[in-house]
Design a protein around this ligand. Structure first.
Ligand SMILES: [Zn+2]
Length: 675
C-alpha cells in the first residue's frame, strides 16, 4: 500500500524531531523532552514505517531493534588506527615541538589542535553516501570487531549525516564513553536490584559495546566525541583540523566543545594546565590532552612511525587510580577516643602525589571492600580529596592474605574498646589514654581554639611522652627550664613557647568552649552556646532541655554537652584552667532590663499552630520567663492552644489567667520589639 502524502509528511516530521532530540540530548547534556515522550514519538514512527513498508535506511527507528548477534564479525581498517606517543610534562612537549621543527627543516611557528583525551573506547564509524553503514572497535589497530548494532543505539551518533558537502565515503574516528552521571545512575540501579556494580565508566562502555544484544546496549547511556577522519573521498576535506572539526559538527557528528586551536607549544602547555584544572568538573573522565599539528598538509609531510603518527602527542595527566599493595593496617586513636583503621600502602604515585597511607574510616568499610592485608588494592585520588581505597584487584599471591581484625584493647593505652553506635570503635580510657591526651592537647592549642603559637604536633607528643604534662591545664604551669630537656629545644624557643602559652590565657568564651573538645561541639556550636548562656557557670548548670533551645543544638549534642559538663574530672579541669588565669570578656546576653518576663512562670498547653511549642518556649525564655511543665499555684499565666486538655482545666480550677496563641504572639512581638 502506497503511503498517503500526509503520512509521509508525518514520518518526515517524526524523524526530524527524533534527530533533533538526539542532538539536544548530547550537546546540551539535557534532554528537551522526557524519555517517555521520546519513546512515544519513536513508537509512532516505527508503526508508520511498518504499516506502509517505508524505506528505513538512516531512519532514527533503526537505532534499536536489530536482533541479537551470534558473534562478532571482524573488520579490517582500511587505514590502520594508530596509537599515540605519550608525554608526561612540559619539557617533553617542548622536545616534541623541537622534533617537528627539525623534521620540517623550518623554524616556523606551528598551530596545534588541542582536545581532552577522553577515557573511553576508540571506534571507527563508516558513512557511505551519508549513511552509517559500519561501526567497528579499534581492536589491534588493523583489525577490529563490527559493533554497528550497538553503536546505532547511541543517540548522539547520526545514522544519516546532514548538511552540505558530505564526502561520498567518510570514516570518522572517535571515543565512545559513558558519562559520570550515567555511570552513577547505572550503579544506583545495580545496587537497587542487588546486581553487581560496575568498576569504572570505561570498562562499562567497553562491555556495553561488546554486547551481542543491542537492547542491552541501548539501556546504557553511551556518548561519543569524534576526533579525526580516516578513510574519505579525496579532495573533500578542508586544510586544517580546526576546519575539519567544524565540518564534522555541521554534518551532525558530536565533537568536544573543549577543543581549541592554539599557536605554538607553550600555548599547548597552558591548554593542558587549564584542562587539568577543570578535570573534575567535566561530565566525563579524561586522562590527559591530545595535541595535534593543525595543518593537514603538514601532517602529511610529517608522516608516521611504525605505530604512531609523528604529528600527534598524548599529554598524560597524573593517574587518579592506581593499584598497590596493602601492607598493613594501624588503628589510630583520635581526640575523643575514636579508633580508626588506617591502611599502610606500598607507596604509589596517584593523582599527582605519592600515597603511602590512607584512612579506611571504619570496620564497616573494611567489610564492604572485603579487603585483607596483603591484597592488591585500587587507590583513587581525585582533585584534592583524601586518597581512598576503592576496590580490591586480586587476592594476594603466594602468601596467605590476613584478615583485618578490630582491636579489643586500645592500641595505645590498653583500655577496653567499646562500640559506639553501629560502626565506630572507641577507647574507654579517656584520661589514661595517652593518644587521647595528645590529641586533646593538640586541639586545645590549635589556631581556632586557644591558638598557642609554636605548640605543634611533634612538641605535644614530646611533652606527653616526657610526662611534662598530662592535661591541658598543666601547660600553664610549664617552665622554660623544663622544656630544655626536650630534643632540639633551645633557650630561645623554650622562652618563646612559654610566652605564647602566657598570651593564650587571654581568650574568648566561644574559643574556650571549642578548645575543650566536647564531642560534636564545633566552632559554630561553641559560639551559639556562648551567646545563649553568656557565662560558663550558666552553661555548666544547663539541663538537656535548656541546651536544645540553643540554635543548632539537637538532643544528641545536648546530651554530649550535659554529660561533659556534669563529669567531675571535667569540672575539675575547667576549674584548674580558670585558676591558672585562663579568662575571657563577659558576654552580654541582655541583663534584667532586657528580661521583661523575669520572675514569671508560664505554662504552654495544647497545639500552638503557628508558633510551635519549641519556638514559643525559646522566645519566652529569652525574655526571662520560666516555662514550666505543669500548672501549679505558682503559675503566672497559661497559654492554651488548640485541643488543650487537663492543664487548661487545672488552670481554671486554680483561677489562673488563660490566654490563647494569638495573645501570646502579640505579647512576644511587642516585648521583642522593645528590646
Ligand atoms: Zn586508649
Amino acid at each position: 500500500m502506497a503511503a498517503p502524502v500526509s503520512v509521509l509528511q508525518e514520518v518526515d516530521s517524526l524523524r526530524a524531531q527524533l534527530n533533533r532530540h538526539n542532538t539536544l540530548y548530547h550537546t546540551l547534556d539535557a534532554p528537551a523532552i522526557p524519555d517517555a515522550d521520546y519513546d512515544a514519538l519513536l513508537a509512532r514512527l516505527v508503526a508508520l514505517e511498518t504499516q506502509y513498508a517505508l524505506d528505513t535506511n538512516g531512519s532514527p527507528s533503526q537505532r534499536v531493534g536489530a536482533k541479537a548477534l551470534a558473534g562478532f564479525a571482524q573488520v579490517v581498517h582500511e587505514l590502520p588506527m594508530l596509537s599515540l606517543d605519550k608525554v608526561f610534562d612540559r619539557e617533553d612537549l617542548l622536545a616534541f615541538e623541537a622534533r617537528l621543527k627539525k623534521r620540517l627543516e623550518s623554524d616556523v611557528t606551528i598551530g596545534f589542535s588541542c582536545e581532552p583525551k577522553v577515557d573511553g573506547v576508540a571506534v571507527s564509524l563508516l558513512y557511505e553516501a551519508g549513511l552509517l553503514v559500519r561501526a567497528a572497535t579499534r581492536g589491534d589497530g588493523v583489525m577490529g570487531e563490527d559493533i554497528t548494532h550497538n553503536v546505532k543505539t547511541i543517540r548522539c551518533i547520526p545514522l544519516r549525516l546532514m548538511g552540505d558537502n558530505v564526502p561520498a565515503t567518510l570514516e570518522v574516528r572517535g571515543e565512545i564513553y559513558l558519562g559520570k552521571r550515567g555511570f552513577a545512575e547505572l550503579n544506583e540501579q545495580a545496587r537497587r536490584s542487588q546486581s553487581k556494580v560496575f568498576v569504572n565508566p570505561r570498562n562499562t562502555a567497553a562491555g556495553t559495546l561488546r554486547q551481542l544484544d543491542p537492547q542491552r546496549a541501548a539501556s546504557v547511556p553511551l556518548q561519543m566525541f569524534c576526533y579525526s577522519v580516516g578513510l574519505h573521498t579525496e579532495g573533500t576535506l578542508p586544510e586544517t583540523l580546526g576546519e575539519v572539526f567544524e565540518s564534522l559538527a555541521n554534518w551532525g557528528l558530536p565533537t568536544n566543545p573543549q577543543r581549541e586551536t592554539v599557536i605554538g607549544i607553550e600555548a599547548c602547555v597552558a591548554y593542558c594546565q587549564r584542562l587539568l584544572a577543570k578535570r573534575d568538573a567535566l561530565e566525563y573522565e579524561i586522562d590527559g590532552a591530545v595535541i595535534k599539528v593543525d595543518s593537514l598538509p603538514l601532517q602529511e609531510k610529517l608522516g608516521t612511525n611504525a605505530r604512531t603518527p609523528r604529528w600527534a602527542m598524548a599529554y598524560k595527566f597524573p593517574p587518579e587510580e592506581r593499584s598497590t599493595r596493602l601492607l598493613g593496617v594501624e588503628f589510630q586513636v583520635g581526640r575523643t577516643g575514636t579508633i580508626t583503621p588506617v591502611a599502610r600502602l606500598e607507596p604509589v604515585f596517584v593523582g599527582g602525589v605519592t600515597v603511602s597511607n590512607t584512612t579506611l574510616h571504619n570496620m564497616d568499610e573494611v567489610a564492604r571492600l572485603g579487603v585483607r592485608i596483603g591484597d592488591q588494592v585500587v587507590v583513587r585520588r581525585a582533585g584534592d580529596v583524601i586518597p581512598k581505597i576503592v576496590s580490591v584487584v586480586s587476592e594476594a599471591e603466594n602468601s596467605a592474605p590476613q584478615e583485618i581484625v578490630a582491636p579489643r584493647k586500645c592500641p595505645v593505652c590498653g583500655s577496653a574498646v567499646e562500640k559506639d553506635g553501629e560502626v565506630l570503635l572507641r577507647c574507654s580510657g579517656v584520661l589514661v589514654c595517652a593518644a587521647q591526651r595528645k590529641e586533646s592537647i593538640k586541639h586545645f592549642a590549635s589556631r581556632n581554639a586557644l591558638d598557642i603559637e609554636g605548640l605543634g604536633e611533634r612538641l605535644v607528643d614530646q611533652l606527653v611522652e616526657a610526662k611534662l604534662i598530662n592535661d591541658v591545664s598543666e601547660l600553664f604551669s610549664l617552665e622554660a627550664s623544663q622544656l630544655l630537656s626536650l630534643e632540639r629545644m633551645g633557650v630561645k624557643s623554650a622562652e618563646n613557647l612559654i610566652a605564647a602559652i602566657d598570651r593564650a590565657r587571654e581568650t574568648t568564651l566561644p574559643k574556650f568552649l571549642f578548645a575543650l573538645g566536647i564531642r560534636e561541639v564545633g566552632e559554630a556550636t561553641a559560639q551559639g552556646l556562648a551567646s545563649h548562656f553568656g557565662t560558663l557557670d550558666l552553661l555548666q548548670s544547663a539541663t538537656v532541655d535548656e541546651l536544645v533551645l540553643v540554635p543548632d543544638v539537637g538532643p544528641i549534642v545536648a546530651e554530649h554537652i550535659a554529660s561533659f559538663m556534669g563529669n567531675a574530672a571535667n569540672i575539675a579541669l575547667m576549674d584548674r584552667l580558670v585558676a591558672h588565669g585562663v579568662r575571657w570578656p563577659t558576654i552580654e546576653t541582655g541583663g534584667a532590663v532586657n528580661k521583661p518576663l523575669a520572675g514569671q512562670s508560664v505554662v504552654l498547653t495544647g497545639t500552638l499552630e503557628s508558633l510551635g511549642r519549641n519556638e514559643a518556649k525559646a522566645r519566652l525564655i529569652a525574655l526571662g520567663a520560666k516555662v514550666a511543665g505543669s500548672v501549679s499555684k505558682n503559675t503566672s499565666l497559661v497559654y492554651a492552644g488548640a485541643n488543650a486538655g487537663s492543664k487548661l482545666a487545672k488552670a481554671e480550677e486554680l483561677g489562673i489567667d488563660v490566654a490563647d496563641e494569638a495573645a501570646l504572639i502579640a505579647l512576644l512581638e511587642e516585648l521583642e520589639a522593645a528590646r
